[in-house]
Design a protein around this ligand. Sequence first.
Ligand code: PMT
Length: 215
Amino acid sequence: MHILITAGPTREPLDPVRFISNRSTGKMGFALAKVAAEAGHVVTLIAGPVTLETPARVRRIDVETAGQMLEAVQREMQACDVFISCAAVADWRPAVCSVTKLKKSEMPGVLQLVRNLDILETVRPLKGHRCFVGFAAETGNPEQEGMRKLRDKGLDWLVANDVTEPGAGFAVDTNRVILFSSDGREERLPLLPKVEVARRILACVQTSFTSAGMV
Ligand code: PMT
């Protein structure tokens, strides 16, 4: 299979030195890329700004903003069989980005923001036979929000994690996730190293792919 994965945060600049971002380190997405490449899949990894090394045999495309990540996903979509959207894409960006550093006196007291496009929703018309996997980063009630995002985003699989739980979510080497599928399957995994979580996610994806007759 050819697997397209997004990982890490995006950065939305306010000026050349300041930005809005989030706490994603890319560890979960890079674990998926590593495990998928080790399993013999062709892997394209679109990475936001992170400090991780590219796993062996993975083709990596670096981006910074949500807009750049969307463009890269649109460009790479045609060639892939599976799209895993693990990146923590910023939902908002500053309405104006100054080309020079804003002086303290020029900083607005209230920051005006505009919505970024949702990448998964934007590329949904390109889905066709492809398997789409999304993540849900929640701060409580991952079941309800996970199921909602699975439906609303038209996904085959949704991986929900509660990022307030010790050992799960951002920046750590472990994660605890619940997988929901569009055909009603649900798999609750215990706290595991992110590479093992990645293996389980890929095994689920493989079952969907095989049952759809696309080996
Ligand atoms: O990178 P780590 O430090 O290892 O942390 C891992 C993680 C917590 C980032 C990861 O496990 C995770 O939960 N990733 C998804 C983070 C997220 O943005 O969740 P969300 O619930 O806000 O978004 C839901 C889905 O929509 C995600 O698949 C996201 O990639 C996608 N999305 C979100 C916003 C947007 N503008 N476009 C999108 O496609």
